[in-house]
Design a protein around this ligand. Structure first.
Ligand SMILES: NC(=O)c1ccc[n+]([C@@H]2O[C@H](COP(=O)([O-])OP(=O)(O)OC[C@H]3O[C@@H](n4cnc5c(N)ncnc54)[C@H](OP(=O)(O)O)[C@@H]3O)[C@@H](O)[C@H]2O)c1
Length: 298
């Protein structure tokens, strides 16, 4: 099958692209920067540099493909990031229709079904709606927080300051590994159910102190958890990603997921529908420790 992965250097797209190659598909890997896709090129992928804001470039990047994975990246460099993410979604959906693709897998986020009034989630809701209104085959994936987020600050911060999140100590969430999202996305494109939306939660409901404790066990050192205010989160994450507006919307999504069990769900649906055994947080933490050890970071 000819598959396009849009965002092929990202957390999930990188793994979807690897799976597509491993299973013998023709892969077109799309991102802005072709250099970071070099490893996929050396394994036979066709590399296309295209900016999602450039409608014509998107149409040309998707020509001739049968299935598309679209991670809908946050439009952090824009003055109006949510309008920009919507416009990008429209470019990809229109292009998918124009090129005669059979199936589009959209990475969304948990929450659109509730219409919560948070810009990040309302944007996902709008893009989902535009996709579902087409005659394209589609799968909408609404992930919980990625397990991989806990590694973003790196070992120095995790082992020094600990795990700091705008989440209260007793609140439960079911984080999911990016590798599992990628497995679901790949299976959805090649053999999964059509025209459905899935809440992608991990296999265990955990508190942040429990995640910190599992990280500490894997890393061989104490990792503490501290709840931080939305303001602190927005200040730090806003500076890191270059958009306080997007950081504030991410904090809003966390608070939404924290309320009323919104961050939890039935993981057995995904395991059954996609024939997958989901990664437990303890195993994710062990893999992370192994990766950091091999890279000489700890
Ligand atoms: N992390 C979480 O906990 C979480 C939870 C729920 C939902 N999500 C959703 O997950 C999505 C992000 O997925 P991800 O983490 O797999 O992606 P990611 O790691 O953020 O990577 C984004 C990918 O898109 C490409 N990209 C970015 N801007 C582009 C542009 N203008 N034109 C073309 N390509 C562009 C990037 O490559 P280049 O920079 O080289 O172009 C990269 O390959 C977001 O929509 C987020 O809302 C995340």
């Amino acid at each position: 099958m000819k598959i396009a992965v849009v965002g092929a250097s990202g957390n999930t797209g990188r793994i979807v692209a690897e799976l597509a190659l491993e299973k013998g598909n023709d892969l077109r890997a799309v991102a802005r920067n072709p250099d970071v896709l070099e490893n996929l090129a050396s394994r036979g992928a066709e590399i296309v540099a295209a900016d999602l804001d450039d409608r014509e470039a998107v149409f040309s990047a998707l020509s001739g493909v049968e299935a598309i994975y679209y991670c809908s990246p946050l439009a952090v460099g824009h003055d109006e990031p949510f309008a920009a993410e919507r416009a990008r979604g429209r470019n990809v959906i229109d292009a998918a229709q124009a090129v005669g693709a059979k199936h589009l897998v959209l990475l969304s986020a948990m929450g659109p079904e509730a219409a919560p009034g948070i810009p990040l989630i309302e944007t996902k809701r709008a893009v989902e709606g535009e996709l579902a209104a087409t005659d394209l085959g589609y799968t909408i994936l609404r992930p919980s927080m990625f397990m991989d987020n806990v590694a973003m600050a790196g070992p120095e911060v995790l082992l020094g300051m600990g795990l700091s999140w705008p989440f209260s100590e007793g609140a439960l969430i079911q984080p999911i590994a990016a590798s599992d999202i990628a497995q679901v996305a790949f299976r959805a494109m090649t053999s999964g159910p059509r025209n459905r939306s899935f809440k992608l939660v991990g296999p265990e409901a955990l508190t942040f102190p429990q995640m910190a404790s599992e990280l500490g066990r894997a890393l061989g050192s104490d990792v503490k958890f501290a709840e931080i205010s939305d303001e602190t989160f927005v200040e730090h994450v806003g500076a890191a990603i270059g958009s306080t507006e997007v950081a504030a919307a991410i904090a809003g999504a966390y608070r939404l997921w924290e309320r009323d069990g919104g961050g939890t769900g039935d993981a057995s649906v995904i395991e059954r529908e996609f024939d997958l055994s989901l990664t437990r947080f303890r195993d994710y933490a062990a893999q992370l420790a192994d990766t950091w050890k091999r890279a000489g970071l700890i």
